[in-house]
Ligand binder design. Sequence first.
Ligand code: FES
Length: 614
Amino acid sequence: MGREEEIKVSFEPSGRSVYVLPGTILLEAAARAGHVIETPCGGAGKCGKCTVRITAGQSDPTDAERAVLTERRLADGYRLACQSRVASPLTVEIPETSLFQSAQKILVRGPDDRLEVEPAARKLLLEMDPPAQGSGCSDVERLRQALGPVTLDLPVIRRLPQVLREGAFKVTATVVDNTVVDIAPGDTRGTCCGLAFDVGTTTLVGTLIDLADGVDLAVASAINPQTAFGDDVLARIKTCREEPDGLERLHSAVLEAVNAIAGEVARSAGVERHSICEAVFAGNTTMQQILCGIHPLALGEIPFIPAFRELLRTRASELGLDIHPGAAVSVLPQIGGFVGGDTVAGIVATRLDGFREPALLVDVGTNGEIVLAHGGRLAATSVAAGPAFEGARIVSGMRATSGAIEKVVVDGDIRLNVIGNARPAGICGTGLIDAVANLLALGVLDPTGRIRGPGEPDASLPAPIAERVVGHDGQYAFVLARAEESATGEPVRLYQRDIRELQLANAAIRAGIAVLLDAAGLEARDLGCVLLAGAFGNFIRRSSAVRVGMLPPIERHRIRFVGNTASFGAKRVLLSVNERDYASRVGRATRHVDLSLDPAFQSRFGECMAFPPP
Ligand code: FES
């Protein structure tokens, strides 16, 4: 089909345009123009987060659009990018709130900065005598005499005769463990780098590290492009199981993004991609398997079996990673079910098994991972907290990007902290927890999570706050920002169903914690500390997390933020062979607790739905 049969779609405010075939979904047209739009429901037309405004060339809304958008929004040209198809030339405005933002709050800090630097990859300068007349010694043997009992990759042996003679038998060997992966004439030691990757369900973070001293050279992050296939691991497993090329598409998407990050960090540090000699990946089981091109089918059915448990070692060229082709790649061990390498990295980063008192590591996200260390033993589980903490399934929910309410303070009225100091466009997970904690303290919410109406006994509220409780569909909603204060011209409200979503997410985490404690014969008060990991965990207000019941009732000072432990643990493994062995040991030693069919979890979950008493 020629260009004249394709249709032009222009995007504002970027000014970019693309030509697409009639019938193309707007989401795809936007992606071709380089705009990644939020799709928390995986394009099912349910969440309303992919809203765009068609300023020229509107067509009639679909049923899904009528169900999600108000009449006024439809009349103003708003449509869902996942539902609208291109039928005529269009000009489309993408609101900032519908875009995945690179300005997400990303954490790369770890729990401490002490690192052992003894990497598996190193560059060595070798000076050898040229072969003497009558010497029967081969080039490989000559190299082994200089290096010790190493093995050589075939591509290295292919180049060895020329390189040795070109460098007059003075060469630089790149060795990983005891394998020579590269050889170059002369002294090319320069920088030898490694990459530590946190492969999150939502976000990818890559850190380029100098393997000589452990110093971070550059960090870059990107949204995991697999979010276009759904925002939780189950949606992605479903894609792999149901679409013939599903795994291939998801694998290529993440690999492309990982390679883009590798290129970006190399550029910003001013080093060649080829000087990256090792990489370590940490992610949950689904993310790690898809990255490796391993089908996650057995993770999509009971009893949720991962394809591997041991630390996986391969080469960059095998994986399709665009760094030195012989670079060693480690994918961290998997514990079981959905508990994967990011949890192992968390244990490595925090030394959780060494705590004298019982300690919990909690990584709060769409998939919440919880590890209990007690008496030198480790038990880990995962719970499906759902995407509420990421702002999805919340009517005014959004990710922690510019315009998101991240903190709510009460002082006679409501005051809001908004990321980027912008007008509020919605609320992110930390803001939601804060808002609900405050509404509980004010008595706007009862312990079951119901929003109380004006005049109900406990709602003796200051007038400016009482006025924020408004009727909606026979229930009540709470106005956090009025229409005239918001970025969108629409009020930012918390609805009854938003509170329920938070209760579900909280209950999953809290019940997971309770089952691990019960099995160990412990109570919350026995815990020496709770370590909160992950980007989300590090922005939560501790008192609010306890007030809404997400964390057990322990003193605030015992709750510690430990940063992005997936990145930091991966970095430790990259920098030290001993840490790599330690990761393998804790991976094997940690007992996986499967909660999927556990009646104790179900009953705890029911109990944890109610908010705890103050
Ligand atoms: S409504 Fe379009 S992605 Fe959810």
